[in-house]
Design a protein around this ligand. Structure first.
Ligand code: GLY
Ligand code: MN
Ligand code: MN
Length: 544
């Protein structure tokens, strides 16, 4: 017995030690609790929200992609493991023993065997303690739970991704949790469809008997143009009906389904809409972590500016950025890194990054560290040899001026579409002055993207995009992309430039959180002339 106690205590100390080894500066449990309360305060009476964790996604064979939590789920819970679900009630519920609760978090069960392979799990007890939930249960308990979803006026869920794998490794994986929810809540009894498919359903339900055949013929013609329709069983049944009676039967089924959609208690828009409203304005805690992610990313840009040489590859440069992120303990990249030399810089989301020699081109580098869940989004475009050519500088300065004009408009109460309008105007004027477009209002494709988006737990964070509010953080990212073969002077071909910074909106005006990374032509050239610690980092040549 004594030996057993000793072992238990040693194991406990070991576990505590193991837990304490990781980072401790994640969002606090009070933050997540506060967010749940904020969401609950928007829920109407007798409603329930059900939020699922992200699925584990397969990479190949028995290797999965590194798991990343669903940002909405993380925002509300702080739980970073898969196979979990949060149930949030608008009012207190009472269980059979008389205990009352207004939320339940269901998590992965402790499992010594699984933990030996894949690492420690918080488990229900750990999650209650670490995440500040009073009611935490295992995933299996969700499957066996007696929650009567049908009794609620509204059931708030997000659209299902439908990319859950049934790996059958254990019986409470996300696949099983979602399947069980669909079964007990009555979700399976209704066929939900996209807006377009629903329109076709409406057309079928409302067509008079004598026009049924005509409509069926029309739909058969549409099937090839809109493959989405082929995936819909109700439509396919209707389209392949052999006679009038069958047509009427299937029409009846579609009408009943439309009734069920109207009368059911599921709501797919409450969660995305309200979480966008909550997430678009950052709390002090969020600003602190996001600022760190942004500063790490800006410092990555600085190190690459110092290290860049024409003989280097895009892959190598990406590695330097990402090494800086890891050095600061950032857990991931917030999105696949973009490092494109020359014409590759004109490919907006170029992620191959495999040009073996950047030569004397401009290199567009759009990267962001993810730190404790928060993602920066910073772009710099710099000349590989440390000196802008005249043509490069001409284009660069237009983009810079457009960005400056945009940033100045990040003010409380201002319209969030104003910076983009200001930037586009300057880009058009600049292109016209250089003769790249022939008239100021010529339609062109040299700036094919928007120049602003929120950042946060997602690189493209949700938001309503109305007016700026204090403590929003959004990018300002104008660009000009002139691919080879464009209808302009050849000296501009292959120039792709984007400058992207992350701007905090304050009562005292905009604050550029990524300003540490040089932005003007002069500042960049000055930084690139500096020595880098990597100048002396030489590895053996494996090709000799
Ligand atoms: N890195 C993606 C974007 O700039 O939106
Ligand atoms: Mn961006
Ligand atoms: Mn970007």
């Amino acid at each position: 017995m004594k030996v057993f106690n000793f072992l238990c205590i040693t194991l406990l100390l070991f576990t505590l030690h193991a837990v304490a080894q990781g980072p401790t500066d994640f969002l606090s449990k009070e933050f997540h609790k506060g967010r749940r309360e904020a969401l609950r305060s928007k829920m109407p009476q007798n409603s329930v929200a059900v939020v699922f964790a992200n699925p584990v996604r397969n990479r190949a064979n028995d290797v999965d992609y590194v798991f990343h939590q669903d940002p909405n789920f993380y925002y509300l819970t702080g739980y970073r493991e898969p196979n979990a679900v949060l149930v949030l009630f608008s009012e207190n519920q009472t269980d059979a023993k008389g205990t009352s609760y207004n939320e339940i978090l269901y998590v992965q069960k402790k499992d010594a065997q699984a933990e030996m392979w894949y690492g420690t799990r918080l488990g229900a007890v750990g999650a209650a303690k670490e995440l500040g939930f009073s009611t935490v249960m295992n995933g299996e308990d969700f499957i066996n739970s007696q929650i009567d979803f049908k009794k609620f006026n509204r059931v708030f869920i997000e659209k299902f991704n439908d990319d859950y794998r049934n790996s059958t490794r254990n019986k409470a994986e996300i696949y099983d949790l979602v399947a069980s929810f669909k079964e007990v809540s009555g979700f399976n009894e209704i066929q939900f469809s996209s807006e377009y498919v629903e329109k076709v359903h409406q057309a079928i339900a409302n067509v008079p008997d004598k026009k049924l055949i005509e409509l069926s013929r029309k739909i058969n013609q549409e099937l090839t143009r809109y493959p989405e329709l082929k995936k819909d069983k109700l439509i396919m049944d209707f389209a392949s009906a052999k006679n009038d009676n069958e047509l009427k039967d299937y029409q009846q089924k579609i009408s009943l389904n439309l009734e069920a959609i109207k009368e059911n208690n599921f709501d797919f828009s409450f969660l995305p809409n309200n979480l966008a409203t909550l997430r678009e304005v950052k709390t002090e805690e969020e600003i602190k972590l996001l600022t760190k992610a942004i500063r790490i990313s800006a410092i990555g840009q600085i190190e690459v500016m110092k290290a860049m040489k024409p003989h280097m590859s895009e892959t190598e440069l990406q590695g330097i950025h990402e090494f800086v992120y890891k050095k600061y303990g950032a857990e991931y990249e917030g999105y696949p890194s973009i490092v494109g030399a020359g014409n590759n810089g004109c490919i907006l989301h170029y992620i191959e990054n495999n040009k073996t020699k950047i030569g004397n081109d401009l290199v567009l580098m759009d990267l962001g560290a993810e730190y404790r869940g928060f993602t920066a989004d910073v772009t710099r475009t710099i000349p590989a040899n440390g000196k802008f050519t005249k043509a490069q500088e001409e284009i660069y300065n237009i983009v810079y001026k457009a960005q400056e004009a945009g940033i100045a408009l990040y003010v409380v109460g201002g319209s969030m579409s104003a910076p983009n309008r200001a930037a586009v105007k300057i880009v058009n004027e600049g292109l016209y002055k250089l003769g790249i477009i022939k008239s100021i209002d010529e339609k062109h494709n040299y700036l094919p993207h928007g120049t602003i988006h929120h950042i946060g737990l997602d690189v493209h964070d949700p938001g309503n995009y109305n007016n700026f509010e204090e403590n929003m953080i959004a990018t300002m990212e104008p660009g000009i992309y002139i691919p080879e073969g464009s209808n302009c002077d050849k000296k501009y071909w292959g120039i792709g430039i984007r400058i992207e910074d992350d701007i905090l909106v304050t009562k005292n005006g905009p604050v550029n959180l990524s300003a540490e990374a040089p932005r003007t032509v002069k500042e960049i050239e000055k930084m690139m002339a500096k020595k880098s610690v990597l100048d002396d980092f030489v590895l053996p040549n494996l090709d000799k």
